[in-house]
Design a protein around this ligand. Structure first.
Ligand code: BTN
Length: 313
């Protein structure tokens, strides 16, 4: 798949003959493969007799050297992986990389979302990035995932999308459609030294997808501009590092006001679900350790935990 898509990544016409020669397959096999790949990866393909095939828009492929030059840390840039978080955890287990380091991929076959969900990750369209950090003080982990949301939002705000904001605990939405998600995974002993893998998925250039089972959007959908994924990755990691620097000194209180200001559902009536039980209340804000504060029938209650789902009433 990746070889074929790399040949077509420039968005120009390529004849079936040329593609077949490069791949060592027949012209009809090229057509079959293209049809499958474009369907699976949600890529629009144009086929014009006498000219050949072209992708509707070029692919913004990741460039390891440019990323490392600008970020100054090790960037593992992969083609197709199960999950960048899983790759990062394997690097840690094998002591293969100094921290901090980043893992990026063009495609994830088993992208991990929160609460066991799958994160749909078509080839070279969105950003799939895991940033790995060594943590020596468990205090640092408090509300870290909410703080990361602030860094992601700061990265996305300059694209000028109306209605962008946070949703507790760490979704980035445009109005009510998901634009980006965050999944933190820990390894080691939080009471001693551990590592945190900060997994971030941002929908960048995706224009259509049939199998995402929630309302979603992408930067390109909102702005109608082709997004340079390398620039996006650099801005994201820089914002993340800046925020983590502040977080290590002052913790979540340093980002608390900004988080609440950017919370799209601040003051809204919500339904908080955990398995079969649910609570109705109005969002007051979040506590300094990132728990959700709700006004439930006139008294304040706080909620935290990975298995909670928040919906508008
Ligand atoms: C969510 O469900 O909102 C969290 C989605 C997190 C997806 C990212 S993509 C990069 C990293 N690798 C994964 O497998 N998941 C995270």
């Amino acid at each position: 798949m990746q070889q074929l898509l790399r040949l077509l990544a420039d968005g120009r016409f390529h004849s079936g003959e040329e593609l077949g020669r490069a791949l060592g397959i027949s012209r009809s096999a090229v057509w079959k493969r293209l049809r499958t790949v474009s369907q699976q990866q949600f890529l629009k393909l144009h086929s014009v007799p006498g000219k050949g095939y072209r992708l509707e828009q070029p692919l913004s492929l990741l460039r390891r050297e440019a990323l490392e030059d600008q970020l100054g840390i090790c960037c593992h840039v992969e083609e197709c992986v199960d999950s960048t978080n899983a790759v990062a955890l394997r690097h840690l287990a094998a002591l293969r990389s100094d921290t901090p380091f980043v893992v990026l991929a063009e495609h994830q076959s088993e992208g991990r979302g929160r609460r066991g969900r799958v994160w749909i990750s078509p080839y070279a369209q969105n950003l799939y990035l895991s940033y790995v950090l060594r943590v020596e003080n468990a205090q640092y982990l408090q509300a870290l995932s909410l703080a990361v949301g602030v860094a992601v939002l700061r990265t996305l705000e300059p694209y000028g999308m109306h209605g962008i904001g946070l949703k507790w605990p760490n979704d980035i939405l445009v109005n009510s459609s998901k634009l980006a998600g965050i999944l933190l995974e820990l390894t080691g002993d939080p009471a001693d030294v551990c590592h945190v893998v900060i997994g971030i998925g941002i929908n960048a250039n995706l224009m259509e997808a049939s199998n995402i089972n929630q309302a979603w959007t992408s930067i390109q959908r909102e702005t109608l501009r082709l997004i340079d994924r390398n620039k996006l990755a650099v801005r994201l990691v820089k914002n993340l590092e800046r925020l983590l620097g502040v977080h290590i000194e002052h913790g979540f209180p340093a980002h608390h006001a900004e988080w609440e200001e950017k919370h799209l559902w601040q003051g809204r009536d919500v339904r908080l679900m955990s398995g079969a039980s649910e609570v109705l209340g109005r969002v007051i804000g979040v506590t300094p350790d990132g728990a959700l504060r709700l006004d439930v029938d006139g008294s304040e209650q706080t909620f935290s935990g990975g298995e909670l789902t928040l919906r508008l009433q």
